[in-house]
Design a binder for this molecule. Structure first.
Ligand code: MIC
Ligand code: SF4
Length: 645
């Protein structure tokens, strides 16, 4: 039987298990990436493992998230990251070099290799045929230590592309179409593999946009074949030597095929407050817009910015709109500066922003109260922009550009006088790797700099015999890690768990942290009760570490997203599932809950456990979905405890 691209790469990297969908496998990780918001914790954990040097092929530490530096905290993190990179043999990408995913695609990604990144959008590198997976920082620390990465052998879904995109329709609309069909939930354990004659019509930056935002569906990763266009991209980046062809065999099998005819797509938008609330742009036509932001790891390539500049050439940003543009990397910035694109943007009235995540993570440019903001980013969760009442729509760069000068959402059919710009892929990208700092051959003598913001990774005690405490919070469906552990203004506490833990569930229940800490101090365990698809979105393991710090011992949910479930295990919190989703209605916040024999259940590998709701005098059956390895981790109170041993 032939293999698909995903299976080929997994096969080459398999160190344990069998490639049968649903079974746990372990793979060797070639490259790792971390960014500053997840990286400080990942490196503190790496240090706790007591090794002298990273052991994987290439470890890169990017600084791109917390570049606002209001207060000393971010700058302290950067110094720590730079020094710890030199100490342990990690390539350091300085602030200003760009957003990790964009830069990795340009300068370091290699078709056919594996990449594990402490960021949910790591699959961006699937645009060049790399098997790139997002994970929590601790899993990445283990990979840097040379350990394998454990995952469920995926169900590979083929997305079969035919036709060619029409003018005004872009890669963003392809992935929005995918989101419309698959939604943000129910795709755990799947991989999207793109194939078909339409693939060759898309260049690498377009493929990267599609692979990037597959993260919103919750899939393990998305991947494109590595073909002649991949080769052309790598050639233009001056690194054709890393190219190799990787295609699915003609008799490869997939669990399912979903076809998309590119030529039938229209411009789409994701409406507030979820990336899967997909509507045609035409249906929003005329909606007044106060802010337009172009950037993020989804849409900040040279092509994306060129399209915006061409549409705006000779036009001015509408007086009621504030337009911001953030080039995804220093390479993109240098290129738009050299060819006049930057000047066109400035002449139109754009605010030029740093090559970093910036507004995408809500650390700046929050829109006004109740404003409509059109953004080319990937997530529009409520409040993520920093303005809870704002309505964020996710759109493509050309749709953003039209709104910027018109002042309202505009379907291209309404402006026949505006020509759709044809942008050619550059034959040569601007290449200058001087913003990467290479580690010295020998790091033992390098001092690691720890400012007052750099804490210790918290340790957890082994799982108690009995869990007994309170349903401290009950939340609904699709609660994201932005709800659990807000970023934006709170992001600067990422290296300081006691400080950051004060904000757990802040957007949903600002009293949660105090309540949970009080129960913890009275030796009560905290439980979180959740609906479907709990922990969507980012990979931030702080959404597990900080609850752990507050004494959360169990999450009882209808379903939990992949990265978050792994993070809970890594920090010794037991993920449990309602056997009957209707039982969700049999627990209310404040109920007293008890699981008598949790240790025994895990030790014996049992798949079921009974939860006593003492407040109501009822018993609720729950499912345990942990592998043998995960049971051991939870029993010992988290991965760091087992790794140390
Ligand atoms: C995000 O887009 O939510 C982030 C910020 O990049 C996160 C990582 C983090 O929380 O640091 C992600 O996507 O994993
Ligand atoms: Fe940065 Fe936004 Fe991409 Fe996350 S989604 S890596 S915050 S640009």
């Amino acid at each position: 039987m032939g293999l698909n691209v995903t299976e080929k790469i997994l096969q080459e990297h398999l160190v344990a298990g069998r490639l049968r969908p649903g079974e746990e496998i372990a793979i060797r990780i070639d490259q790792t990436l971390t960014q500053d918001a997840t990286g400080t914790m990942a490196f503190l954990q790496f240090e706790a493992m007591g090794l002298d040097r990273v052991r994987n092929e290439l470890a890169v530490s990017y600084v791109d998230h917390n570049t606002i530096q209001a207060g000393f905290e971010n700058a302290d993190d950067h110094l720590y990251l730079q020094s710890v990179a030199a100490r342990y043999g990690v390539l350091f990408s300085r602030p200003g070099n760009g957003i990790c995913h964009q830069v990795h695609l340009e300068r370091l990604g290699v078709p056919g290799k594996t990449l594990l990144g402490a960021d949910s959008h790591t699959p961006t590198a699937g645009g060049i045929g790399m098997l790139a997976i997002g994970a929590g920082g601790l899993d990445v620390a283990v990979a840097m230590a040379g350990g394998p990465f454990y995952l469920t052998a995926p169900q590979v879904i083929r997305i079969w592309l035919t036709g060619r995109l029409r003018p005004w329709v872009t890669a963003k609309d392809v992935i929005l179409k995918v989101l419309e069909r698959f939604t943000t939930k129910g795709n755990v354990g799947c991989v999207f593999e793109y194939d078909g004659p339409g693939v060759a019509t898309l260049d690498v930056p377009e493929r990267a946009t599609i692979a990037n935002m597959g993260a919103e569906c919750g899939v393990t990763t998305s991947i494109f074949p590595s073909d002649e266009r991949t080769r052309a991209f790598l050639h233009a980046q001056g690194r054709e030597e890393v190219w190799r062809e990787i295609r699915a065999d003609s008799d490869a099998e997939y669990v399912r095929t979903e076809a998309i005819d590119l030529s039938t797509l229209e411009p789409l938008a994701a409406a507030p407050h979820s990336p899967d609330r997909v509507v045609p742009v035409a249906s929003l036509s005329g909606l007044p817009v106060q802010q337009v932001l172009v950037g993020s790891c989804t849409n900040s390539s040279y092509r994306d910015l060129r399209v915006v500049a061409e549409i705006l050439r000779g036009r001015k940003v509408h007086p009621s709109v504030s337009l911001g543009v953030a080039p995804g990397s220093r390479q993109v910035l240098a290129m738009i500066a050299a060819d006049g694109t930057l000047r066109e943007l400035v002449e139109a009235g754009a605010r030029i922003l740093e090559s970093a995540c910036g507004f995408c993570i809500g650390n700046s440019l929050s829109p006004p109260t109740e404003a409509v903001s059109l953004r080319t980013i990937n997530r529009n969760f409520e409040g993520r922009s920093g303005t809870p009442s704002a309505r964020i729509y996710l759109v493509s760069p050309p749709i953003a550009a039209l709104a910027a000068f018109r002042g309202c959402v505009t379907d291209p059919s309404e402006v026949p006088d505006v020509a759709y710009p044809e942008v050619r892929e550059p034959e040569r990208f601007f290449v200058d790797d001087s913003m990467f700092i290479r580690p010295p051959e020998e790091g033992a003598g390098v001092a690691v700099i720890r400012g007052p913001n750099i804490g210790e990774p918290p340790v957890n005690a082994p799982l108690p015999m009995t869990l007994s405490g309170v349903a401290t919070i009950k939340v609904g469906d699709k609660v994201t890690t932005d709800h659990i552990m807000p970023a934006g203004a709170r992001l600067k506490y990422r290296s300081n768990i006691p400080a950051y833990a004060q904000y757990v569930f802040e957007p949903l229940d600002p009293g949660f942290a105090k309540r949970a800490a009080a129960y913890r101090d009275r030796h009560q365990h905290n439980f979180i009760i959740a609906g479907e698809s709990y922990g969507q979105g980012s990979s931030r393991e702080h959404a597990a570490i900080c609850p752990m710090y507050l004494g959360v011992k169990g999450v009882i949910a209808k379903s939990i997203e992949r990265i978050h479930a792994a993070n809970l295990v890594n920090f010794g919190i037991v993920p449990l599932y309602f056997q009957d989703p209707k039982d969700y209605g049999r627990i209310e916040a404040g109920d007293h809950l008890r699981i008598e024999d949790i240790r025994e259940v895990l030790e014996r590998g049992r798949a079921k456990v009974r939860l006593a709701n003492d407040t109501r005098g009822e018993e609720i059956p729950l499912r345990v979905e942990l592998t043998e390895r995960q049971r051991r981790i939870v029993l010992s109170g988290g991965l760091l405890n087992t790794v140390r041993r």
